[in-house]
Design a protein around this ligand. Structure first.
Ligand code: FAD
Ligand code: PYC
Length: 417
């Protein structure tokens, strides 16, 4: 009988739960697949999972130039909510929210979705008007959201400073109680394990360097750092670099890429009960299950592909956090990092077919795609499998920028950009 150390026995007993990275195969790429997904972030892996699970398409490769979940999926501040303004967005983000609610059971993997509430603070009369408009629009769409006075905000989140002497006083806030957090890397690992066990090949350390097209312009496959891989369908899900990859097929995207950064404090005992966001003062905060305060900033003011942001953006955010929650002045920072987000002109994503036969794209999530991961993968898989959009993602086409059907969610993005 094979003998295992106590550590290995514990790891196997936990079966990949909470804190333990599950095992999946590490296959060599085959010469040909039915579908290639470029990018093993949460959205790419979720797409592969639903292609296999819902559409029976398992001859799929997810090709990743780095390591699985090492892009924005593993770099975000894990906030999940669906309080967007327009009907199209409510349908998309609430589709994701409903999937979050059953995701741990579906994947048989604990993604640690925690509906602890997302409170968006208003600091001036424009914030108040804008958030109340969001509350009303959300409720019309069956999405929960409610207005709280400053005192009710304090009751919901006791560490908040609602004193009158603040530079940006809290005038109230919009609370989505179903909003909260989920563990970002667990989401990537859970989808990876689910896809892998259904036969999907996840190929890491393999960069896509070109997209080959045939005589009729159709997609034939991808050039990679490990050779050419043939496939009649290619889905590009390469956040931050979507325009670079799409350019390989000759498609110019309406995207700009910016650094977005975040940081965590040293871990402390439970001290912050919910998620608080403030676009006006450029800060958002929650406490992870490990005890760290997870704090994020706005995007840098200039375009860049650097996975680090400007120092003054962080110091500005920390000033804001220390004014909102003065006792956190004594916390020390543990680490900080950045990701690259790709932003569309209307701050809504593109999940669509493209003018190139067999080429599909899922991008432009800007500062807010983590929350959409399950819904995004679900409708993108439908789009690729059926070669037509799902009703939910039909409005999120590329043509909307040509035809003027914008879905302007700049205010609901709730992150300065
Ligand atoms: P990614 O996880 O970035 O995956 C794309 C993958 O494509 C990467 O792994 C990359 O290596 C790969 N790739 C790129 N080029 C190639 C190539 N040529 N060949 C092969 N592979 C390639 N959203 C929220 O909803 N809530 C939040 O709280 C939140 N906070 C954020 C905080 C920060 C600091 C950042 C940076 C983002 C935040 N976001 C948040 C946004 C969210 O993280 C992203 O929208 C989401 O994770 C995008 O997922 P993805 O799978 O599309 O991209
Ligand atoms: O979209 O909720 C969000 C978000 C929070 C931090 C970055 N994006």
């Amino acid at each position: 009988m094979q003998k295992f150390s106590g550590f290995e026995l514990l790891r196997r007993a936990l079966g990949g739960h909470q804190g333990w990275q599950p095992q999946w195969r590490n296959p060599e790429p085959k010469a040909e697949y039915d579908v290639i997904i470029v990018g093993a972030g949460g959205h790419g892996l979720a797409t592969a999972y639903y292609l296999a699970k819902e559409h029976g398409i398992t001859n799929v490769a997810v090709i990743e130039r780095g390591w699985l979940g090492g892009g924005n999926t593993g770099r975000n501040t894990t906030i999940v909510r669906s309080n967007y303004l327009f009907d199209e967005s409510a349908a998309l983000y609430d589709h994701a929210m409903k999937l979050w609610e059953g995701l741990s059971q579906d994947l048989n993997y604990n993604v640690m979705y925690s509906a602890r509430g997302v409170l968006m603070l208003a600091h001036n009369i424009h914030d108040v008007q804008s958030f109340k408009r969001h509350v009303h629009a959300n409720r019309l769409n069956g999405v929960d959201n409610e207005w709280l006075t400053a005192e009710q905000c304090k009751e919901f989140c006791p560490p908040l400073n609602i004193g009158p002497g603040m530079r940006y006083p809290i005038l109230g806030g919009a609370l989505q109680r179903r909003g909260g957090t989920a563990r970002h890397d667990a989401v990537a690992w859970g989808y990876a394990r689910g896809a892998d066990s259904r036969g999907v090949d996840i190929i890491q350390n393999c960069e896509v360097t070109g997209i080959r097209r045939g005589a009729d312009g159709e997609v034939q496959g991808v050039e990679t750092s490990r050779g050419f891989i043939r496939a009649p369908k290619v889905g590009v899900v390469a956040a931050g670099h979507s325009s670079v990859v799409m350019n390989m097929a000759g498609v110019r995207m309406p995207l700009e890429s910016y650094p977005l950064q975040a940081l965590v404090s040293e871990p402390v005992k439970p001290a912050f009960p919910c998620v608080v966001m403030s676009n006006t003062i450029h800060a958002y905060i929650s406490q992870s299950d490990k005890g760290e305060m997870v704090i994020g900033a706005g995007t840098d003011a200039y375009t860049s592909y650097s996975q680090r942001g400007a120092l003054h953006v962080t110091t500005h955010t920390l000033d804001a956090i220390c004014e909102l929650v003065p006792q956190f002045r004594r916390l020390r920072m543990l680490r900080n990092w950045g990701g690259i987000v790709d932003v569309t002109p209307d701050r809504s994503p593109i999940i669509a077919k493209t003018p190139v036969k067999g080429l599909y794209v899922n991008c432009g999530w800007g500062t807010g795609g983590f929350k959409a991961t399950p819904g995004s993968g679900h409708v993108f898989a439908h789009t690729i499998a059926r070669d037509e959009p799902h009703a939910i993602n039909a409005p999120f086409s590329m043509e909307r920028f040509r035809d003027g059907f914008l879905i302007d969610e700049a205010a609901a993005a709730a992150v300065a950009h």
